[in-house]
Design a protein around this ligand. Structure first.
Ligand SMILES: NC(=O)c1ccc[n+]([C@@H]2O[C@H](COP(=O)([O-])OP(=O)(O)OC[C@H]3O[C@@H](n4cnc5c(N)ncnc54)[C@H](OP(=O)(O)O)[C@@H]3O)[C@@H](O)[C@H]2O)c1
Length: 182
């Protein structure tokens, strides 16, 4: 039986549980840089979880790694991409190697979803969806999403095929998480 082929960019961090869950029934190619983190994810599903150790800011390396993954396991059916802002052409290169895929682009709290979309070129056979990470207001405090909340939100978008989904509520206080540029 031919398995569907997924690409998860940044699938060894907050999306690790999503990677492992999807790799139960699908071929999942995972991008990350840290070999130990990657090995701990791959060993959960060694037959179906395929590591791509590459820095997605290195355009040529990313391009050849994606080409290799497609040659080995077929074109990507779905892409889930958590790419940090300021990573150059990484997202565009990912799209160029995912010609017939449903692409789910995960955006940090500070991203402008329209701007992010307008920066990218698509082909007619691609579907592009966005999941934006918001924040959770609890009583008098504000917190980030847990990894479980993020994974559940992404799975829900896969099932319901929303074009845009905000998980939690929109970030309205730019100083709250000013340590990181998400
Ligand atoms: N609104 C929110 O609630 C919100 C938003 C953003 C982040 N966060 C939180 O902040 C924490 C840290 O965020 P994070 O962005 O570090 O997320 P993360 O998902 O924990 O880690 C980033 C992922 O992307 C990969 N990665 C990063 N840079 C890469 C590069 N240049 N090339 C290839 N792969 C790369 C990492 O692999 P390697 O480490 O192997 O490179 C890892 O798999 C998260 O765990 C999350 O809980 C919350």
């Amino acid at each position: 039986m031919n398995l569907k082929h997924m690409l998860i960019v940044g699938g060894t961090g907050m999306l690790a549980e999503l990677t492992s869950y999807l790799a139960i029934e699908q071929d999942v190619t995972v991008i990350g840089r840290d070999k130990e983190k990657m090995a701990s994810i791959v060993q959960r599903n060694p037959e179906t979880c395929h590591p791509l150790i590459v820095d997605y800011r290195e355009e040529e390396a990313l391009s050849s790694a994606l080409q290799r993954a497609v040659q080995q396991n077929g074109p990507f059916d779905r892409v889930i991409a958590w790419v940090h802002r300021g990573s150059g052409k990484a997202m565009q290169i990912i799209l160029e190697h995912s010609e017939t895929a449903e692409v789910i682009h995960i955006l940090g709290s500070r991203a402008n979803s329209e701007y992010e979309k307008n920066c990218l070129c698509f082909n007619e056979q691609q579907t592009y969806r966005q999941v934006q990470l918001g924040e959770i207001h609890e009583m008098a405090s504000v917190r980030w999403l847990t990894h479980d909340e993020i994974v559940e939100g992404v799975l829900d978008v896969i099932q319901n095929q929303d074009d845009y989904r905000l998980i939690g509520t929109r970030k309205d206080d730019v100083d709250v998480h000013s340590r990181n540029d998400y």
